[in-house]
Structure formats: structure tokens, C-alpha cells
Design a binder for this molecule. Sequence first.
Ligand SMILES: Cc1cc2nc3c(=O)[nH]c(=O)nc-3n(C[C@H](O)[C@H](O)[C@H](O)COP(=O)(O)OP(=O)(O)OC[C@H]3O[C@@H](n4cnc5c(N)ncnc54)[C@H](O)[C@@H]3O)c2cc1C
Length: 374
Amino acid sequence: MSTYDFAVIGAGISGASVAFELQAEARVVLIEAESQPGYHSTGRSAALYTPNFGPPIVRRVNAVGRAFFEAPPDGFAEAPLLSPRGALTLFKSGNEGELAAFLTNGTERDPIHPIPVAEALRLAPLIRPEMVAAAAFEPGVTDMDVAAIHQGFLRGFRRRGGDIRRAQPVTALRRDGATWRVTAGGEEISVATVVNAAGAWGDAVARLAGARPVGLVPKRRTALVIDGPADLDLHGMPLVEFAGDAPYLKPDGGRVMASLADETPVEPQDIQPDDLDVATLVEWLETHTKTSVRKAPRTWAGLRSFVADANPVVGFDPELTGFFWLIGQGGYGIMMAPTLARIAAALATGGNVPADAAAAGVNAADLSPTRFRF
Ligand SMILES: Cc1cc2nc3c(=O)[nH]c(=O)nc-3n(C[C@H](O)[C@H](O)[C@H](O)COP(=O)(O)OP(=O)(O)OC[C@H]3O[C@@H](n4cnc5c(N)ncnc54)[C@H](O)[C@@H]3O)c2cc1C
């Protein structure tokens, strides 16, 4: 029987990044149900680093993470992981009064400025001018190269000597004395610690181990890519959102990626877009932008999985020895991954939250699964 210190279940961005960190000091097996590790949420994101988005703890984690993306370890990636995008928030006639309050979302490090409507329309020529009465710009939002980040972690993990098992769903988890027996792909593996990085399946994996679930809710989000008008160059357009209106859009090469920003609770599954959601998004695009959708767009859906307080769940289970949680990354899991992985690896090896994250105000109690047990 193979033996390791850690079995990490799930090789999306969360599992890949924590396996990379743990393998620096320990022997790790990374186990993935699919043949493609990015097949679920990790391969279906909007690929944005948005530092002023999400609950306070998520923002603190992301403030720390920018340093990793700007200067990853040697050999991690061949090209920059972040590229400039910027985010434009537009206010319709009647909503201008919300601008001042919106600007307070900015920080000294990542400010949000009011900009003239004409400037906003120059930056985003796709938007119908009659839809815009006021505008704000956030330069600190960037695109992320998600595939390069994910591959960087997987490649780095392998270079450090880590083992990856693909297309091998974990089907049983059994405590045997001081170790765990993990059944995956018909094989039993013996490990001291199980790391649950199973994304939307986080509570399902917990049940396999006999741990109490933390109330994880996977939520469907719909996205599509369409052609923009042939006479507009959209490469430099920022991310565009409307205050008080959920959908958003951004360039995708010369095309337009848009999401309904829907949050429909569903069971964990290989989620597919709902026809009505796609139709609603197409109608929104035709009302707010100069696009007219003539041919069927490329569509997809992905899962963003949250617990009740929308903070990630990172830490040892308080009731089950050797069972470590790394789930609940919601809509922030790519940008949080480098920092959350370092925090998780430190806690899983008996250490404390790393100094840079602690200095930013991230503490173990806010992340711990213990918060659901009282
Ligand atoms: C439309 C959309 C837009 C988004 N935009 C952004 C964004 O702009 N920026 C951002 O940072 N985040 C964004 N996100 C969120 C981000 O994609 C997720 O938070 C992140 O991908 C979660 O990664 P994960 O590794 O936890 O989950 P996943 O990528 O889903 O990985 C979990 C893995 O566990 C595996 N697994 C499950 N059960 C088992 C088992 N029993 N045995 C073995 N393997 C198992 C699954 O096969 C899966 O591969 C977005 C998400 C969506 C859907």
C-alpha cells in the first residue's frame, strides 16, 4: 500500500496550490476525480483579480496575494500572471446618487475614482451611451492567466516530487488507528492527514469521512462569449458593471465575455447553463450594449460554493482527527489560492497563519470549521 503524509482531494486551484505548498516539507498525493484537473470551477471562472470584492477576510487574503502573482517563484510561469484590465462601474440615470457611497469601496492601495461619462464611454465603446449617467473606474482590477497559475502549481508540485492521480475519484475514507485509508481508483492509500479541497463536493467528501458537513451551498453562475460589433476594437475595454444590476462583461480576446452573475443554489454536479438564464443575459446585453446576438453564443456555467458567512473554510475539523478543510472559496478562489494555500499548509503542519497574512488581519479563527460547531 502507498503511504504519504497528506492526501489532497481535488486538483482544482485549491488542491493544486495547497499540494504545492505542502510538498515543500512533506510527501503528498494529489487525487482528482476527473482526467482534467481544471474541469470544474477552476476552468470556468471570469479570470479576474478584483481586490475590492467580497467579504473583509477575502479582501485581506487578496491584498496579500497580489505579491505572489506579480513575482511568482522562479520557474513557476513563463509569462506574467496578471495583465491590466481595470473595472468600470456605470450608474444609470436615477442611480447617480449611489456613486459617492460606491467610491468608499476603494482603498488607498486600490482606489476607485469617479470619471466623466465621456471618458467611460471612450473606454467602453460597446456600451449604449443612454445607459450611463455617472461612472467610476478602479485601475487595480486585472485579468489573471488562470491556466498558467493552475499549471504553475501542478508543475511545481510534480517538480518537488509530488504524485498526482487523475481520473481517480475518492470513494471511501476510513480511519485506521492513527492513519486514514483513502480509497481512490480501486487502490487504498495510507495517509496521516486528508485535505478536503473538493470544491462543490466539500460536504460530500466530509460525509465520506464521517465529518459533519459545514453547510456548503454550490451556486450556479452562467457565462457566455459573443462577437462584438465588427467596427469596435474591444481589446482594451475594462470590466464593465452597472451599479444595482448584477450582470457584467469584459473583453475576451476580440470578443465579449459576459455573465449574468446569477447565484442559483444547486447540488454539486457537472453544471450546465440554463436556457432561460442564457436568454435573460442575451436580452440584457442587447439592452445595455451595441451587440446584437445573431448566432448562438458559446455558453457555460460554473459553481461558486459558499458557506453561510461567505468566508472560506480552512483548518482541521474539530471533531475528526487528521481531517483538514479547504473549501468555500465562493467567487474568489483563483485570486485567493496562493495565500490561502500558504495559510492552509502552515495550519495543516501545526504552524500559524503566515506573518504577512496575519499582519493583513487574517486569523485562523475566522477561517476555522470550528465556527460552525457552536
Ligand atoms: C462563472 C464564474 C466566475 C468566476 N470568476 C472568478 C474570478 O473572476 N476570480 C476568482 O478568483 N474566482 C472566480 N470564480 C471562483 C473560482 O472559479 C472558484 O472559487 C475556484 O475555481 C474554486 O477552486 P476549487 O479548486 O476549490 O474547486 P474546483 O476547481 O471545482 O476543484 C475541485 C475538484 O475536486 C474534485 N473532486 C470532487 N470530489 C472528488 C472526489 N471524491 N475525489 C477526487 N476529486 C474530487 C473535482 O473533480 C474538482 O476538480 C468564478 C467562478 C465561476 C463559476
